[in-house]
Design a protein around this ligand. Structure first.
Ligand code: PFF
Ligand code: NA
Length: 448
């Protein structure tokens, strides 16, 4: 089922719902972005702050988005409109929905660029380019990709084309079925790579780097990055989870479902880190090299284990699949928005939205080569899109969601909807009314 279905049907099962939400959540954010952010921000202190953000802020907001969606039974903008009216609140709450659509559009543009890297690496793995390479060799392969606008554009276009094709044809249902097998397969492969990490001699260093905090490394910028990534990785603040909630039956437990999704997302991110950092330490690679990190580390493993090329192909196929599932969930709300406000058909709306995001993505990828000197507010285009969404839009729309749920809805109704007794509900209230919003506000304004 997709958010585009006109008849407002429901998920066939709790399992289907959790799978769809996990399909959106688990993606490049876990395997590509989380590890390089850990590397950039000095390790364990970031990881621990990130985990706190996930459980104290991300989880309640996830529940909040589902709850609003289930109440409103509409797309995010209309849901916010209607719930604001029902509860005699101002129309500014609609901005939460609008900000979400804008964020989804901006994220899709650069997400597709990285999806393209993953596609390019399928080709490299198939042709055996990684075999026998050390860190330097792999670094050269990645450097060659980044330096070539033509190649980057080709792979980015292919990724976006696949995403557009799936959304335009409305066949996202088939993807959920695929997710059922492919997601666990990705998990198994990651476990294998963690085991490989144990054989490299870098595993202990990696463990210490990821879990033994050096608090002196911490600063406000790192905390904001961790908070922003908590939103990004759980697909929060974009109305996507709200849309999923609108198809949700009354009998599904929001808290239990949220726990499942959050735990799966977190485990995959941590496993990715445990697969990557041993290779970094064992090969003396650069921890803080940013977005290229997984692309210069994991292939070292693929190039040096038996049948590694095959493992490499499988890995990048699964990564691409996870990325496509997330990209679809990013394109969907934008398409709906365009479809509603223009005379365009679904096909037309998908093309217009997809092509616009594709064009912006080209600017983003050029910031890795020909436009590398071009900066706005001190950031290249790729970094600017990333910063604008993860550090500004998502925290603000997420804050809107949790404030609305905690302060604007009838408390007793919310308590029943969450199925909590009085005691557990007071804990929920403490977190949803104070801890989560104050956390976001403090982190956010401390950085302005
Ligand atoms: N959560 C996805 C990831 O971690 O890769 C990325 C993403 C998907 C972000 C959908 C936002 C979104 F709405
Ligand atoms: Na994620």
């Amino acid at each position: 089922m997709t958010t585009a279905n006109k008849v407002h049907a429901q998920w066939s099962s709790r399992m289907g719902f959790v799978l769809a939400a996990t399909g959106s959540a688990v993606g490049l954010g876990n395997i590509w972005k989380f590890p390089y952010m850990v590397g950039d921000s000095g390790g364990a202190a970031f990881v621990l702050i990130y985990l706190a953000c996930i459980f104290l802020i991300g989880l309640p907001i996830l529940v909040g988005e589902w709850l609003l969606g289930r109440r409103g039974q509409k797309n995010p903008i209309h849901t916010m409109q209607q719930l604001a009216a029902d509860n005699h609140r101002s129309r500014v709450w609609v901005l939460v929905g609008l900000g979400g659509v804008l964020a989804a559009f901006l994220i899709l543009s650069f997400y597709s660029v990285i999806g393209g890297w993953s596609l390019a690496y399928i080709k490299d793995a198939v042709t055996g380019n990684f075999s026998g390479q050390d860190g330097d060799g792999i670094g050269a392969i990645f450097g060659g990709l980044l330096a070539s606008p033509g190649l980057l554009i080709f792979w980015h276009s292919l990724f976006m084309l696949i995403t557009i094709g799936i959304v335009a044809r409305g066949v996202t249902g088939g993807l959920e079925a695929a997710a059922r097998t492919l997601m666990p397969a990705l998990g198994v492969l990651l476990v294998l790579l963690v085991i490989y990490g144990m054989t490299t001699g870098g595993f202990m260093d990696a463990l210490a780097f990821m879990f033994k905090p050096d608090w002196s490394q911490l600063n406000g910028g790192i905390v904001l990055a961790a908070l922003g990534h908590a939103f990004f990785t759980l697909s929060l603040g974009m109305g996507i989870m709200m849309a999923y909630g609108s198809y949700l039956g009354e009998d599904v437990s929001l808290l239990q479902s949220a726990r499942t999704v959050v735990i799966m997302d977190t485990v995959i991110a941590l496993a990715a880190g445990l697969a990557i950092f041993p290779i970094v330490f064992a090969n003396g690679l650069d921890l803080g090299q940013g977005p290229g990190l997984i692309f210069v580390t994991l292939p070292v493993a693929f190039g040096n284990i038996t049948a590694g090329w095959l493992v490499g192909v499988a890995f990048f196929v699964l990564l691409t699949f996870a990325a496509i599932a997330s990209a679809i969930s990013l394109l969907e709300p934008v398409v709906e928005f365009v479809e509603e406000r223009t005379p365009l058909s679904r096909m037309g709306a998908t093309l217009v939205s997809g092509v616009a995001a594709w064009a912006l993505g080209i600017l983003a990828l050029l910031s890795f080569n020909v436009l590398s000197d071009f900066t706005l507010l001190g950031l290249g285009i790729f970094d600017l899109l990333d910063t604008l969404t993860s550090k500004f839009l998502l925290p603000l729309t997420g804050l809107g969601v949790i404030l609305f749920v905690a302060w604007c809805l009838d408390k007793e109704q919310v308590r029943q909807e969450l199925g909590l007794d009085i005691y557990d509900f007071s804990l929920w209230n403490l977190i949803a009314r104070y801890i989560a919003p104050i956390g976001v506000l403090v982190v956010f304004f401390a950085n302005l």
